[in-house]
Structures are given as C-alpha cells and as structure tokens.
Design a protein. Structure first.
Length: 225
C-alpha cells in the first residue's frame, strides 16, 4: 500500500499555487469581499490602518476538468447560424478540451478593443473585437450551449507599475459552475487566471470607485499534488 501511494504521488500532475499578500492605498474597504472557489481565494482584513488582501490562486489550466458535457441541441438551434457553427467547431465531449478549444479560438480570432463596439456574443464574433465584457459574453454563450452554468464576476486586473506597485484596472471575467458543485474562475480576455486579480462586490459601480494603488507585500508559490 505504501508503494502504491508513493507511485500515485509521482504519477499525479504537480500544480503550482501562488500565494500573494497585498495592501491597498484606499479607504474604500466596503467594495471588497472575502471569497473562495476551486482555483482562487481572497481574504480581506485591516491591519494598522491598511486594507490587506491575501489571495491564493491556481491557474485554471492546472485544474483537472475531466468532466463530460453534451450539446444542448434545443438551445443551439435557437442561436444565429454563425454562433451555432462556432459551437459545433469547438465542441468536445470533454470539458477540458472544450475550454482549451475556446481559449485557442479567442486568442487567435478575437482582438481586444475598447472603442465602443457592441459587446453581445454575436457582435463580438462578427466584429472580432471585444472588451472584457464582450469576451465574457461570448464565453457564457458557448458554455450555455453545452449546458454549463456561469456568472459574471467584477474586480480588478493588476498591472505592474514597478516590482512592488500595481495599478488595478476595472475588469470582468467569468465563474464557471459545474453540476457537481465545483466552481472556478476563467478570464476569457487573457485565457487564464492568475494571482493578479482582486474581486469586488458585483453591485460596485466602477465609475464611482476612486483610483488607488496596490502594493505587493509578499508573493510565494508552493507545489501541490
């Protein structure tokens, strides 16, 4: 039995988890929340007058998504033929493969643009341009077509200004909800999910949020099996 356990340990894929501690130069503590799912957790607290956030991240690429899916023929029959054909082109009965196909398509075919193009799924497909909302709308449509529930998530994507200071950019991405209860984050715009994110409450109005900076206190990684 001991030998079997050792073999299983070495045969199982190793995954890297990133642990990050940040503090916010902001007094807007009411916009942040504590949250955890299958590949991300965020804990927010106050220490010496600072807003501190501890996050833990596992990239969605490292999640074992060996989950069987099927086409929702009733739903896709109601789609525009261009969206329907995209679903059929990308479809795979394995969710992991389907998500990889989606990421590959987005990376190759959809370009980021904030120039005011329509952001519904069909317009994104036609114009081949989207902002974070358009990317998310298209992916939610692709997931709905195979019976997978998802929801939009609000937050900030952290862009590095220096080694220790980051600028939070308002952003939106997707949380995927599987029927077995497993939930995880996926960012359609960047086709990944990393430690460079902060989650906020979904009712937050970005236009009313005062600009602030984020300082990196600690960053480390650990290998898990």
């Amino acid at each position: 039995m001991k030998i079997l356990i050792i073999l299983l340990f070495f045969l199982s894929p190793l995954k890297k988890v990133e642990n990050v501690q940040l503090y916010f130069l902001s007094d807007q503590n009411e916009i942040f929340l504590n949250y955890s799912n299958g590949n991300f957790s965020q804990r927010v607290f106050h220490k010496k007058g600072r807003i501190i956030a501890e996050t833990k991240n596992l990239n969605f690429l490292d999640i074992d998504l060996n989950f069987r899916i099927i086409l929702d023929s009733t739903y896709i029959d109601g789609l525009d033929i261009r969206l329907k054909n995209l679903v059929l082109d990308l479809f795979d009965y394995n969710l992991d493969n389907y998500m990889q196909n989606i990421s590959g398509f987005l990376n190759k075919s959809i370009r980021y643009s904030d120039n005011g193009f329509p952001q519904d799924a069909l317009s994104v497909l036609i114009n081949k341009k989207a902002d974070c909302i358009g990317f998310s709308n298209l992916v939610v449509e692709l997931l709905h077509s195979v019976g997978i529930e998802s929801r939009f998530v609000k937050g900030f994507h952290l862009e590095s200004k220096t080694d220790r200071i980051m600028i939070p950019i308002p952003h939106r991405w997707v949380e995927i909800l599987l029927s077995n209860g497993f939930k995880y984050f996926y960012d359609p715009q960047y086709q990944n999910f990393s430690s460079g994110y902060i989650i906020v409450k979904n009712d937050v109005d970005f236009e009313k949020v005062k600009k602030f900076k984020v300082h990196l206190l600690k960053k480390s990684s650990e290998i898990i099996n």
